[in-house]
Design a binder for this molecule. Structure first.
Ligand code: FFI
Ligand code: NDP
Length: 515
């Protein structure tokens, strides 16, 4: 019997960010392994045109929850959505809902965050820092609370090369940042943002670091732990391989490469691609929840959920495997044949961006205009280039994360728990994982049918022929222009033609002699 699964039985659990990528996989695993849990409260912000219940139904109707419905048929009754907006004071939760949360919650998993790299500092602080502070305040009023698990990111201290499982202090105290966001206007915030984030690449990593400091400083007597996943990718094993439902991390780029938009990417092939499957993050998080509640460590423990130090894979290997998978499992209606490559310096990056990204987009838009349609490719390409520039920081560096706490936790688990809540990344086979990831992107993100693969292959063949034709035409035009302008080119041309003619005449003559 799994001790962790038994621990969550009968518990009331609060999850923030349950409608996000991690939150859904977390809920799924909880219901599947502990179907006798009491209730999962989820803080959901109202969305235009959708009631809370409709949002929940949409989640439960997805393929991710198919197995859950078998083991926990009354799963609908066990999810209690609570209307809440983490951008608002007190989350705009009604008094009755708040009372229910405060009096029943046993465990909190705080997953909600803004994960956009370019978010305005005010908004990023509100969600990743102030909301965390408010949630801690709420948690401190929960008499039955056993553990508070905060999800951060392994990149919160990406300005360091070696990162330990500790909370690092920030030069400016989070409280001061929170206060200043209340009275500074946007223009001033824009001006001071680069100074505040310092050598971090964006507001996301900066505010996640501030969030950790808040957790440490304001956790009071709560049993708190921080989990730091690296780059979260599709599921590895559970509930099935390859499940993914958003474009963050590599998923968006896999689509861009598979559809033929992405031709080159500035990356260091030998840099470690610290990907971690979402189900591994969930298994570790649930094990951390159990350990924190049952063993009550004296201080706030930080757990790195990374792959680089135990089972490293680099971007070069990953890129090649992604491309190899496209041969077997192509995406439908590609713009060009998938054929991306890495560039390693500014000059080649600018060159390939002009030749392989911008020029085809302009030509295609010209064709769209000629055929009376609205041009859209240049806009899409500009967005892709912007995305690439934001991700570049992470694909041109390697980090070392120590994993003492994570390894300690693994050794604390019973063999059954090590199996059911497996977060031993050493067992992951990267080639198999990446292939399933690409397949998952095709099935669950692009919603493409496997039956369409033969047609997709035909389409790629057509694109290859168009590519050859286009290149031949381009070469002939260039050559013709050169001949018209240069005597040397003309001489070379006549020399080649007369050489070929003599060569052919010689063969014709020798074959006639033999007869
Ligand atoms: C041999 C070569 C082979 C090549 C093979 C190639 C594959 C193998 C190589 C793989 C290398 C992987 C590197 C991963 C590094 C991750 C590091 C993470 C580290 C930290 C991890 C964390 O701790 S945590 C969360 C991570 N947090 C994000 O990862 C958010 C990013 N994101 C944004 O910060 C905003 O998205 C941003 C971008 C500002 C746009 O912002 P924006 O306002 O311009 O636009 P929007 O967001 O509205 O999106 C506008 C359109 O871009 C689409 N799109 C959105 N994201 C996209 C994305 N990642 N890739 C593509 N497309 C994306 C979207 O779907 C829209 O498309 P559409 O318009 O058609 O719907
Ligand atoms: N994805 C990754 O690669 C990594 C993620 N992480 C961390 O994991 C956690 C989860 O990330 P992930 O699942 O990928 O992120 P998602 O963007 O998929 O999910 C974010 C969640 O936060 C919710 N949320 C955002 N703003 C508000 C708000 N104002 N009020 C209420 N809820 C809000 C979203 O709700 P809604 O559905 O309404 O938008 C959504 O449920 C985050 O803390 C992130 O920092 C760490 C490392 C890597």
């Amino acid at each position: 019997m799994s001790m962790i699964a038994a621990f969550y039985g009968g518990k009331s659990i609060l999850i923030t960010g349950a409608t996000g990528f991690l939150g859904k996989v977390l809920m799924e695993k909880l219901f599947r392994t502990s179907p006798d849990l009491k209730v999962i409260y989820i803080l959901v912000r109202p969305k235009e045109g959708q009631t809370l219940q409709q949002r929940v139904i949409q989640i439960l109707d997805s393929k991710l929850f198919e197995k859950v419905k078998e083991v926990c048929p009354n799963v609908h009754e066990k999810i209690r959505p609570i209307s809440a907006d983490l951008n608002q004071n007190d989350f705009a939760i009604s008094k009755e809902d708040l009372q229910e949360l405060l009096s029943h919650t046993n465990i909190v998993f705080h997953c909600a965050a803004t994960v956009r790299f370019d978010d305005h500092l005010r908004h990023a602080v509100q969600l990743n820092v102030t909301a965390t502070q408010q949630l801690l305040l709420m948690a401190s009023q929960m008499p039955k609370l056993e553990a508070f698990i905060h999800i951060s990111t392994a990149f919160s201290n990406c300005n360091l090369k070696h990162i330990d499982e500790v909370v690092y202090p920030c030069p400016v105290e989070p409280k001061k940042i929170i206060d200043s966001m209340e009275w500074l206007d946007d223009a001033i915030i824009d001006e001071i943002t680069p100074k505040l984030i310092g050598d971090r690449p964006n507001t996301y990593t900066y505010t996640k670091a501030l969030g950790e400091v808040v957790v440490q400083q304001e956790g009071g007597n709560l049993n708190i732990a921080i989990v730091r996943p690296s780059i979260m990718g599709a599921t590895w094993q559970e509930p099935f391989p390859g499940w993914v439902d958003n474009l963050n991390g590599p998923s968006g780029l896999i689509i861009a490469a598979g559809k033929g938009f992405l031709r080159s990417i500035r990356a260091t092939p030998m840099a470690v691609a610290d990907l971690i499957p979402a189900d591994t993050v969930v298994n570790l998080t649930l094990a951390v929840g159990w350990y924190t509640a049952v063993h009550r460590p004296k201080s706030t423990l930080v757990y790195h959920c990374t792959s680089g130090n135990l089972n490293p894979c680099n971007w070069g290997k990953m890129g090649l495997q992604v491309l190899a998978t496209f041969e077997k499992i192509p995406f439908e209606r590609a713009f060009r044949r998938p054929n991306a490559d890495f560039t390693t310096n500014n000059i080649t990056t600018h060159y390939w961006n002009a030749v392989s990204h911008r020029a085809p987009a302009i030509i295609y838009d010209f064709y769209l205009r000629l055929t009376g349609r609205k041009p859209r490719m240049t806009k899409l390409m500009n967005r892709l280039l912007r995305t690439l520039s934001m991700l570049e920081y992470f694909i041109n560096r390697s980090w070392e994360w120590s994993t003492y706490n994570t390894e300690m936790l693994m050794s604390e688990l019973s063999p059954e728990d090590q199996r059911v809540f497996n977060f031993d990344i050493r067992q992951l086979n990267w080639l198999e994982y990446i292939e399933n990831y690409v397949l998952g992107v095709k099935k669950y993100l692009l919603k493409e049918d496997m039956a369409g693969i033969p047609e997709a292959k035909q389409h790629l063949k057509r694109l290859r022929n168009i590519h050859y034709l286009f290149n031949t035409a381009l070469f002939l035009i260039a050559w013709r222009l050169l001949i018209a302008r240069s005597q040397v080119a003309r001489n070379v041309w006549f020399f080649i033609v007369s050489f070929c003619y003599k060569f052919l005449s010689y063969f014709r003559a020798s074959s006639t002699l033999k007869v």
